[in-house]
Write a protein that binds this ligand. Structure first.
Ligand code: AMP
Ligand code: MG
Length: 344
């Protein structure tokens, strides 16, 4: 009998709330919680009068649901579902889906296919969409992989054509993209600072109302926290084997698939946390670097400026890129472990 364990880690990164500033009237937070995109979300904004803040948060929640409806891989009304079932015909996309897909395809190419948004048939075969987990045979994976190749997706203006049988899954980038849209919305509404937690993604507008950085906790694979990160105006996005997985015959299978093999990525990493200016890039890269493993991730980082990362190894090791040297520290059970700094 296979034993199945499944859970979506809602808060891979938790705000260390103990650091809240003393309440000045303008710095009162206004908070909104919702469940969407298969996870639990918290949106917090500061610096707006209460009624205005409530209205902005309602708009933000509506925007999240709107994006979820466009991008869902399972809802028959979504644009992604329609594109996946168009039998090789071109379909028209909304501006949101087109822009996200265009960014995602660029990241797929840039990461040499470690990120591949056409991975859906393989993700489904492992049961990660339905929770009906199974380990597919090699032959089945080989057949499914024939349909996995992001370079075959044709995006021309707002028209998308996928070869018959190819199916998109934007799950690796959708929440990061959504975070970017929320930051835009909050900025335009005049919020002085804001922070959102979208499952394992945290994204901040500005610093905390008192000007100090946000403190974001990085979760340890065994539970609890491994480290704390101080950031402002950044997306902090984690991909990890423990976020969604199942076990069979003593082997753990995680939801991040190596497109080269069709099998869950196993490179010795427990999690990758990317710190980037934009959520969509942080989200795409956290998934891609998890697939690449440490050596390739380091090489990619050296060639592509503008982001940093934290690697937690399955063997209990921790490493960060040099840009995080002054803003990250290990904590909890990880506090006394060595922290390796990866340099250019
Ligand atoms: P994330 O949690 O952002 O790392 O995204 C993981 C999700 O993206 C999975 O649940 C799949 O739906 C999808 N996915 C898995 N492997 C890949 C991959 N190599 N490239 C793109 N999407 C993937
Ligand atoms: Mg991702």
């Amino acid at each position: 009998m296979k034993s199945v364990r499944f859970f979506i880690l809602t808060l891979t990164l938790l705000l260390l709330a103990g650091c809240a500033a003393p309440a000045a009237p303008a710095a009162e937070p206004c908070r909104y919680e919702l469940a969407a995109m298969d996870t639990f979300m918290t949106l917090t904004i500061y610096g707006l009068p209460d009624e205005e803040a409530q209205a902005v948060l309602q708009q933000a929640a509506a925007r999240i649901h709107q994006l979820e409806e466009l991008l869902s891989v399972t809802s028959e009304d979504s644009e992604i579902y329609k594109a996946n079932h168009a039998g090789g015909e071109a379909v028209s996309l909304s501006a949101d889906t087109r822009e996200l897909l265009s960014e995602a395809l660029a990241l797929c190419r840039d990461t040499d296919g470690a990120l591949d948004v056409t991975i859906y048939p393989v993700v489904r075969a492992w049961g990660f969409t339905t929770g009906d987990y199974r380990v597919p045979e090699e032959a089945e994976l080989a057949t499914l992989l024939e349909k996995v190749d992001d370079t075959q997706a044709r995006l021309d203006g707002n028209r998308l054509a996928l070869p018959e049988g190819m199916e998109l899954d934007l799950g690796a980038v959708a929440k990061g993209w959504t975070g970017d849209r929320l930051m835009e919305l909050f900025r335009e509404a005049g919020a002085a600072s804001a922070i959102v937690e979208l499952g394992g993604n945290v994204q901040a507008l500005g610093a905390r109302p008192d000007g100090s950085p946000w403190r974001v906790a990085v979760q340890a694979p065994e539970g609890g926290y491994a480290g704390a990160l101080e950031i402002a105006d950044k997306a902090v996005i984690t991909s990890g084997g423990c976020q969604r997985y199942f076990e069979q015959d003593g082997v753990t299978y995680c939801h991040i698939i190596d497109p080269a093999t069709g099998r869950p990525a196993r490179t010795g990493l427990a999690s990758v946390t990317v710190v980037a200016d934009r959520g969509v890039r942080g989200d795409g890269l956290s998934t891609a670097l998890f697939v690449m493993g440490r050596e390739r991730a380091e090489a990619y980082w050296r060639e592509h400026p503008g982001f940093d990362f934290i690697l937690l190894g399955e063997d209990g090791t921790a490493a960060i890129t040099e840009g995080l040297e002054d803003c990250f520290s290990l904590c909890g059970a990880w506090e006394d472990r060595p922290l390796e700094i990866i340099r250019k």
